[in-house]
Design a protein around this ligand. Structure first.
Ligand code: ADP
Ligand code: MG
Ligand code: MG
Length: 893
């Protein structure tokens, strides 16, 4: 059956949303429920698509259909399009299937011309209303249909106001508007070479076409890209009889939410303007009044509106965003839709609606977008604060921070010890800066991407970070940060918002993240539905505690290298790496051991009773040494300085030799992961010893721990076999020395394709698999992530070579296939093989959905994403459960 081209509101409903768009379908549904909606009809998305297929022209048969729909509308309204005595005026409104508020175009007051405007004149005491409507129409039509920029019209109005010494539009009289209209018409003629179209039918057809075309305007395209909406859907067009909020003081227009969209509180929330037309509320020319004031201004209207808003919310079972207009004491509803809301409000409203018996738990869980929760789970900028945004960088780690500007790690540390809050700004950071990052509230770098050192470290710490902020020029020598015309010096107040990338001058007020009662309730419901367990990636006891508070069921990834990077460890780690003899190396390791042991103890205590997976040292050793180029520069400078200390030069030269020796052409594929343990078993042995000694202590103190020792980057079963032997030997030693038996298991990361392909063999030696999907993505695609993101990946995504950034959303077709294969093959050999994922994908909703389907036991993500993962895991379980949906749609009550 062919799709209808036009549907009158009287026959529309939500079932037709795919054809009528959201706005049209809701107008239909409200019309059928008997709500006061001005009559009209919808040209469907099918009509839009046909228009495009037909070379962007309307078929003449379609024009006939429009005429017929118009006849019906004229009959219903008792007015006629183009009738000078009693003109029908209409609005031509866009409305896509997925709401894209404000992105496409709308034309109001269509049908006005030099004659029909006179028909309007008699309707009000003063003719001002008629000419105000006409000039608005020429303005909107000129902008939307004729492509004359909006400001050109505004300029004419400004001139008029100057001539009349008027401070606002409202002071202009009917006669003034008549002059403006003539000037508008002249401008249209000049710009387009044609007079302003006087034939209402022509006006209508061209407006419809313009709205179809607005589907492809730039802002709509960008909006669709950001929100991943298909470009092929097209928009519907609603043609509706105009009602007028600008007919006097018994008229007005407004917008209201049925609940507060920023807090979720159950109160009518919105604004209205007396004697105004729709766009005035948004345009900000006059300050609207809060909706509550309507109860004094127009009590009967207020009551009627409140009543309708309740009915609408009950019908749609969700918070509504409602547009209304009052024409001479008569209330009209012009639009309703599910209202956009902050994450806070989303959580509260979903939980409240369950308590109110409006929706069930399942529906509540489906209503909240896990990605959105990021907003709640970090310190954030007080939404009521006024901001002086200086520039924008990459939002590398969410959350907001404020403090005094510092330019080096040592100063950051010193000031923070003195009790100051600081923001560390660097061109980029290196492991040498870790203590500064730890000491600061947040980090700003002018170079580097989302995976730069600063970004990764900051995310790991849950610390706000903005990277690659190219407009921020950092002059380390002068101690200055210059952005545009603003220059800030050390000690100046600066704020950053790592969620938006905004760099803000001064100290903005921040609010703490908190799990509201409603949020906790929602998460408890999520726990009832989900099958996947949720663990956290945590490298210290603080993160482990945070994770546990957020509901983590263990640690899925403890990265031991972060422990090595702490300020007091780096010299020891360097000694270990630079050691010339085995004795020297052992001495350095002996000093590191108690420090690591302390770290593990803290984590075990925080995770009492829960599993903790610890990955042995993974990154190549040169990451702990200074950067080769920097070292070279330093050395050159030292050598050129006649007063330089000979010994210092000698030490630097020695360091340089070692850095050169460890230098790799391809570090991502180089000497790292278990390859380190194979060549330097003493390093792994030290780590394992620290783990078991910590476990023994904690067990003796009465806690229960079960370390899971994880060997990274295994590609061949023999690697795991050898490392497993090493772990077991150390375990035996510690057990016999402490007399304490320690339950533990040994497993591996699956992060190179060969490991997934030979999972059956590897499973013989493994108690668990943890899919390291960051590296597995790199090695499956053959991309080095840092190079890819800096060079070609964005082009690939922009040009849809890749549907998605595979480092953000798991590539299910490729990488995911390896994961599924690994799980299947592994379980074939060991039915009880524990499986999880510990890449950054473990905290991303679509990847979590995949993990659910692939049958993994758990996902692991950063502590702050644990609540999000709990919710996403519940949604995955709901999506793939066969239970029928209980929410059937009813009619408006
Ligand atoms: P958007 O999708 O950008 O919100 P709309 O189609 O809702 O655009 O139109 C914007 C505003 O124009 C509405 O909020 C309303 O105030 C006004 N408007 C639209 N249609 C009519 C109408 N038939 N009568 C009076 N005002 C209207
Ligand atoms: Mg609207
Ligand atoms: Mg890895």
């Amino acid at each position: 059956m062919s799709q209808p081209f036009i549907i009158p509101f009287t026959e529309g409903s939500m079932e037709q949303k795919h054809l009528m768009g959201g706005k049209g379908a809701n107008l239909g549904e409200m019309t059928q429920a008997g709500l006061p909606v001005p009559p009209g009809f919808t040209l469907t998305t099918a009509a839009c698509l046909e228009y495009y297929e037909n070379g962007r022209t309307l078929k003449s048969a379609r024009k006939d259909e429009i005429r017929k729909a118009l006849d019906a509308l004229e009959e219903k309204s008792g007015k006629k399009l183009g009738d000078p005595a009693n003109p029908l005026l209409v609005s031509v409104r866009s409305g896509a299937v997925i709401s894209m508020p404000g992105m496409m175009d709308t034309v109001l007051n269509l049908g006005l011309n030099d004659e029909t405007v006179q028909g309007l004149e008699g309707l009000t005491e003063s003719p001002r209303f008629a000419y105000d409507c006409y000039r608005r129409f020429i303005q909107m039509y000129g902008d939307v249909v004729l492509g004359i920029p909006h400001y050109r019209f505004e300029r004419v109005i400004e001139e008029m106001k100057e001539e009349r010494s008027a401070s606002s539009d409202t002071e202009l009289t009917a006669a003034d508007w008549q002059v403006v209209i003539e000037r508008f018409k002249d401008m249209v003629k000049e710009e387009t070479g044609q007079p302003f179209p006087q034939d209402p039918t022509e006006q209508l057809e061209r407006a419809i076409i313009a709205v179809f075309d607005s589907w492809n305007n730039q802002r709509a395209r960008i909006y669709r890209k950001i929100h991943k909406i298909s470009d092929d859907l097209g928009t519907a067009v609603n043609v509706q009889m105009m009602v007028f909020g600008n007919m006097g003081d018994d008229s007005g227009t407004g917008v209201a939410f049925t609940r507060n969209p920023s807090t979720g509180e159950k109160v009518l929330y919105g604004e209205f303007l007396i004697n105004a037309q729709g766009e005035d509320v948004v345009a900000g020319i006059r300050t609207p009044e809060p909706i509550a004031a309507l109860s004094n201004r127009m009590p009967a209207i207020y009551d009627a509106f409140r009543d309708i808003s309740r009915r609408l919310e009950a019908h749609y079972r969700d918070m509504q965003d409602i547009e209304f207009t009052v024409e001479r004491g008569n209330l009209y509803i012009l639009q309703t839709r599910n209202g956009k809301r902050t994450a806070h409000a989303a959580v509260k409203i979903a939980a409240d609606l369950v308590e109110e018996g409006v929706i069930d738990r399942r529906t509540a869980l489906e209503r909240v977008d896990p990605e959105h929760l990021d907003q709640i789970l970090h310190r954030r900028v007080d939404p009521d604060a006024r901001l002086n945004v200086l520039t924008k960088g990459l939002p590398a780690s969410p959350g907001a921070a404020a403090g005094k500007l510092v330019f080096d790690a040592d100063t950051a540390e010193r000031k923070s010890q003195e009790g100051e809050k600081v923001i560390l700004a660097r061109p980029e950071t290196t492991p040498d800066d870790i203590h500064g990052i730890v000491a600061s509230q947040g980090v700003l770098t002018s170079r580097g991407g989302m995976t730069s050192h600063a970004a990764v470290v900051a995310r790991g710490m849950g610390k706000p970070c903005i990277c690659g902020c190219e407009e921020a020029r950092i002059d380390l020598k002068a101690g200055e940060l210059t952005i545009g015309e603003t220059t800030l010096r050390e000690g100046d107040q600066l704020s950053i918002d790592g969620g938006t990338g905004h760099v803000i001058q001064g100290e903005v007020p921040l609010i703490d993240p908190e799990l509201s009662v409603e949020f906790q309730r929602l998460l408890e419901w999520a726990d009832e539905f989900r099958r996947l367990k949720v663990r956290a990636n945590a490298d210290n006891s603080e993160d482990s505690q945070t994770a546990r508070q957020f509901g983590a069921e263990g640690v899925g990834l403890c990265r031991t290298e972060h422990m090595f990077m702490e300020a007091d460890r780096i010299p020891l780690v360097r000694d270990m790496i630079l050691a010339e003899t085995a004795d020297e190396r052992r001495a350095a390791l002996d000093q590191l051991l108690p420090l690591q042991q302390g770290d593990f103890k803290g984590i075990f205590q925080a995770m009492d009773g829960l599993p903790v997976t610890i990955r042995l040292l993974d990154p190549p050793l040169h990451e702990f040494l200074p950067n080769l180029e920097e070292l070279l520069t330093e050395l050159v400078q030292l050598r050129m300085n006649p007063d330089a200390d000979r010994r210092e030069i000698g030490e630097k030269e020695e360091l340089l030799r070692k850095v050169r020796a460890l230098h790799e052409l391809n570090p991502m594929l180089g000497h790292r992961g278990c390859r380190l343990g194979m060549i330097h078993p003493e390093i792994y042995a030290m780590q394992v010893k620290a783990i078991f000694q910590a476990a023994a202590e904690v067990i003796r103190e009465g806690a229960s721990v079960e370390p899971e020792i994880m060997i990274p980057l295994v590609g061949h079963v023999n690697e795991l076999k050898e490392m497993r032997k090493l772990v077991e030997e150390v375990a035996e030693q510690v057990e016999s020395r402490t007399g304490q038996s320690i339950p533990f298991s040994v497993g591996t990361m699956i992060e190179v394709p060969r490991a997934a392909l030979t999972a059956a063999e590897i499973a013989e030696e493994a108690d668990f698999f943890s899919f390291g999907t960051n590296d597995l993505t790199q090695t499956t695609f053959g991309y080095s992530r840092d190079d890819a993101e800096g060079k070609f990946l964005h082009h690939y995504i922009d040009h849809k070579v890749l549907p998605e950034n595979p480092f953000v959303t798991l590539d299910t077709d490729g990488v995911g296939r390896l994961v599924s294969l690994g799980v299947r093959e592994g379980r074939r050999i060991k039915a009880d093989l524990k499986t999880g994922i510990c890449g950054e994908h473990g905290g991303e909703k679509r990847s979590i959905q995949f993990c659910h389907q692939a049958g993994l036991d758990y996902v692991s993500c950063s502590p702050f994403r644990v609540p999000l993962a709990r919710l996403a895991a519940a949604q995955a379980a709901i999506l793939h459960s066969s239970e029928p949906d209980t929410d059937s749609s009813a009619k408006i009550g």
